[in-house]
Design a protein around this ligand. Sequence first.
Ligand code: ADP
Ligand code: MG
Length: 400
Amino acid sequence: MKKIMILGASSLQLPGIVKAKEMGLHVIAVDMNKEAIGFRYADEGYVISTTDISNVVKAAKKSKVDGVLTLATDMPVRTVAAVAEELSLPAISIDNSLKATNKAFMREALNSYGVPCPYFIKVNNEGDFFQAVKEVTDKGYRCIVKPVDNSGSRGVNLLSRYDEVSLKEAFKYSKKNSRSGEVIVEEYMEGPEVCVETLSVDGICFPIQITDKLTTGAPYFVEMGHSQPSKLSIDEQADIKRVAIAANMAIGNFNGSSCTEIKVTKEGAKVVELGARLAGDYMTTDLVPLSTGVNMVESVIKIALGEKPDCAIKFNKGSAIRFLEADEGIIRSISGIKEAQAVSGVKRVGIDKKIGDEVVQIKSSLDRIGYVIAQADTSHEATKICEEAVSKIKITVEKI
Ligand SMILES: Nc1ncnc2c1ncn2[C@@H]1O[C@H](COP(=O)(O)OP(=O)(O)O)[C@@H](O)[C@H]1O
Ligand SMILES: [Mg+2]
């Protein structure tokens, strides 16, 4: 029986653990949280941080794994690369994993291959930050500031005021959310945002689906909904796919999946960032199978084992997810879940908070309350179904 190691055993990686079990594999889960739900489904577990590279490599050697992968989070991609290199398994290389997990290295790699992306400057102190903001604005752009190495929109903010106090605050916010202390200041790209879900096998990249994204907008850009397929024109979609393929090749993401985030600007598609792993936010576990019939999770497991995945689109349907919002305060009641589930086309309703939890202003994905997923003939209809289901869910809060 082949052995697959999955980095992360939280609800984000659970679909990978469950699918691998269904495929008859021996599953080894790794997570620093010994209570992580995935351990209950795995055959073997290691309580190690997914970013503790040397100990995860030791565990992988001890268990003689035949494949390694992660889902939905970026930093473990470096650990995947280290395990794969040590055991000669198919995955991203160590060098390329750095390009996929550090936004400054990523921009440099994209620029060196001429892949369209925004103008950017990397900084690590306030003086350089002020200088960088001046340079970017002198070019006529609005500035967005982000940590080089975080995710879920943590530390991302679009500058709206350029006075000294506001700039200092913006830098502090991004730097606080940066592991390395480095921050990038870059051109703010105007236009619709999409994510391209890709599968790559031996350097051939297949764009499987394009997702339209709905974010909270400025200043924090937290993703509040997604729908597939994209409603953009055929020409725009062709440009998006071309840029996504080029980005995967520039980063060197030759075996595995990617979620390549793109803004469609007046000058064409430009890369926001590339995650060298399956997208989170239920995009690949739920939305892609609902809109195309392609099983992304099974495909990445096969790729990790050196087997050929089935990348063929089976059908063209619409799928959507909408995340729930509520006023700020302490949750006192949640109702209407059954009614939401009963709306025709709704595939799943999930609530991530419970009574007594605090609802805060949504600044990152972790602050969201729950979600509704739907399938229909078109993305427009699937979105409407989500909205109808969301309207049935009532969350009351007590102000604090
Ligand atoms: N240069 C940019 N131009 C326009 N929007 C951007 C830019 N960079 C980031 N964003 C917005 O902020 C969101 C989060 O930024 P991103 O770089 O993807 O960070 P994270 O790793 O936290 O997801 C993006 O999805 C996008 O909506
Ligand atoms: Mg992102």
